[in-house]
Design a protein around this ligand. Structure first.
Ligand code: TXE
Length: 503
């Protein structure tokens, strides 16, 4: 059982290797989504604190021990981070449950897996290699250096604060960047505990990793517009992502965006039905549907529609709602009051559009294991892909079931959407599995599984689901830039008014 006895824990934030309050002295309250009660006080920083943090990160990038460290030594520091996470996994998981309402079973798995990011990218740190290029001039020696981009700003959402920070921090440190992290104003506590229990004892030089807590339009925008920030790595909603992209463009920052989705989970009649039912449940009800990869559009082949819906409803009905701190809870609260209202409003929209509610369809009260911010697992059938409930991200436990005839029809519906983050395909046919994987426009396609992620596999969106990739070998490229070096070992002759080329 999670300890909820402590009242209003006071946090400071971490800038330039020191624990500090917001320059203004202001704080904001963070609430426990299960009880709805404030439980932590977080510094409410502003532009002054962002300036302090970016200056510290900029100094740490340009001078001091960090740029002097060999990539191997950086890798060793990252392995220290991994070991410290291993030691603190349980505690970090519990803080995130308290702050964000995620299930302890999910958080235990996430924080146990998190060290892998730091082992993997720590190992990659001294394997970043440039190249020697044989330009067509024998007297020249040309090479390409791979250099870190500089100070990176991370903007983190509330749905998976620690994991999504790890996805950015590990490749950035491996590349040699320094960072300023802005967590969500709703869920800053787990990141601050991570700084205290992992980053500080890992003894990185001051200023390499900084945190500025506070509100998005204040702290986030100050970071995105700061002239000394070279790159912004953002995870969040598409509306905010578009604004971040627009603001960052003004100072030519590199940007990666991991945005929302409306992912199709496509079930063919040749699937293993029980596996697919379980995959549909995990696609939409895991993490209370508050995940960018939620399989929120369930595409069912006509021939199995009724049988599948019957089994699905039967399984979803058994979902245990309750305290996310209990190991056997399956659906927890919605993280923020605004998100709770948004989910309920989409349920009304779906009803208004004529979708057929076959399960749930409203708040879940205490008699159902719920509480203040709980929504019943909800399933709508008879959804047309043109409806708002099919096209717009709800980010909650609300599933839209859409019928399709055949493979072409499934592909047409799956791709008829602004987003392209993930997709599921359930089939026993190897040929169909590979054909569908190629035809679906999404950054990840899962066949006969759903919601699987790894530090080894690139993750990111097609279309409006984002820019760039996290995880895997290519993520580190996002934190590097190439420098071309020309060394002339011959005379500098030639016509000075004409560009020097090989001919
Ligand atoms: O996210 P925001 P919100 C989707 C989901 C959800 C919707 C809105 O559909 O209902 O977004 O959620 C910071 N400049 N996702 O409003 O605003 C903010 O402080 C710079 C999908 O909570 O995107 C937080 O740290 N930063 C998503 C971060 O942006 C700003 C996860 C994300 O908040 C800012 C979360 C600004 N002007 C929501 N305004 C996913 N892809 O997993 C806010 N922020």
């Amino acid at each position: 059982m999670l300890d909820r006895t402590t009242k209003l824990v006071s946090y400071q934030t971490y800038i330039d290797g020191k624990w500090v309050d917001a320059a203004s002295g202001k704080t904001l309250q963070s609430s426990d989504p299960y009880t709805g009660e404030p439980w932590a006080l977080i510094p409410e920083c502003d532009k002054t604190d962002v300036d302090r943090a970016v200056e510290a990160a900029s100094r740490a990038f340009d001078s001091g021990p960090w740029p002097q460290m060999t990539p191997t030594a950086r890798g060793q520091a990252m392995r220290r981070i991994a070991q410290l996470i291993e030691k603190q996994a349980q505690h970090l998981g519990e803080i995130e449950v308290r702050d964000n309402g995620k299930l302890i079973s999910e958080m235990a798995a996430q924080t146990r897996y998190m060290p892998e990011w730091f082992y993997y990218y720590g190992g990659l740190a001294d394997k970043v290699q440039g190249a020697v290029v044989p330009v067509d001039r024998p007297e020249h020696f040309n090479y390409i250096l791979k250099e870190p981009v500089g100070v990176c700003g991370f903007i983190i959402p509330w749905n998976s604060p620690l994991m999504l920070t790890a996805w950015k921090l590990a490749p950035a440190l491996a590349a040699g960047c320094t960072v300023v992290i802005k967590p969500s104003e709703f869920t800053s506590a787990s990141l601050l505990e991570f700084m205290k229990l992992v980053i500080e004892p890992a003894e990185l030089p001051p200023g390499v990793v900084n945190v500025v807590t506070g509100y998005g339009p204040v702290v986030g925008e100050a970071l995105v517009t700061h002239p000394k920030v070279a790159k912004i790595a953002f995870t969040g909603g598409s509306v905010t992502g578009a604004r971040v992209n627009e603001l960052a463009a003004k100072s030519f920052k590199k940007v990666s965006l991991e945005l929302g989705g409306k992912s199709p989970n496509i079930v063919f009649d040749d699937c293993n039905l029980d596996d697919a039912v379980s995959g549909a449940v995990s696609g939409i009800f895991a993490a209370t549907g508050q995940t960018c990869i939620a399989g929120s559009r369930l595409l069912l082949q006509e021939s199995i529609h009724d049988k599948f819906v019957e089994k699905l409803v039967a399984m979803a009905k058994t979902a245990r709602l309750g305290d996310p701190g209990l190991a056997d809870t399956q659906v927890g609260p919605v993280t923020t009051p605004a998100q709770y209202q948004k989910i309920l409003s989409y349920i009304d929209i779906a009803k208004g559009e004529g979708a057929n509610c076959v399960l749930g369809g409203g708040p879940a009260g205490q008699e159902e294991g719920g509480g203040k911010y709980f929504v019943k697992p909800t399933i709508f059938t008879g959804v047309d892909n043109k409806m708002r409930i099919a096209q717009e991200e709800v980010f909650g436990p609300v599933l839209s079931v859409i019928k399709f005839k055949d493979e072409d029809d499934a592909v047409r519906i799956a791709n008829d959407i602004a987003y392209g983050l993930g997709a599921g395909v359930w089939t026993q046919s190897v040929k169909r599995a590979h054909t569908m994987a190629r035809r679906i426009k999404a950054g990840t396609v899962w066949v006969n599984t759903y919601r699987a992620v790894s530090f080894l596999m690139p993750f990111g969106g097609y279309k409006a689901s984002g820019l760039g990739r996290e995880n895997g070998m290519e993520a580190i490229e996002g934190y590097l830039q190439s420098k071309s070096v020309w060394i002339n070992n011959g005379p500098a002759g030639g016509n000075p008014f004409v560009m020097k080329t090989a001919s």
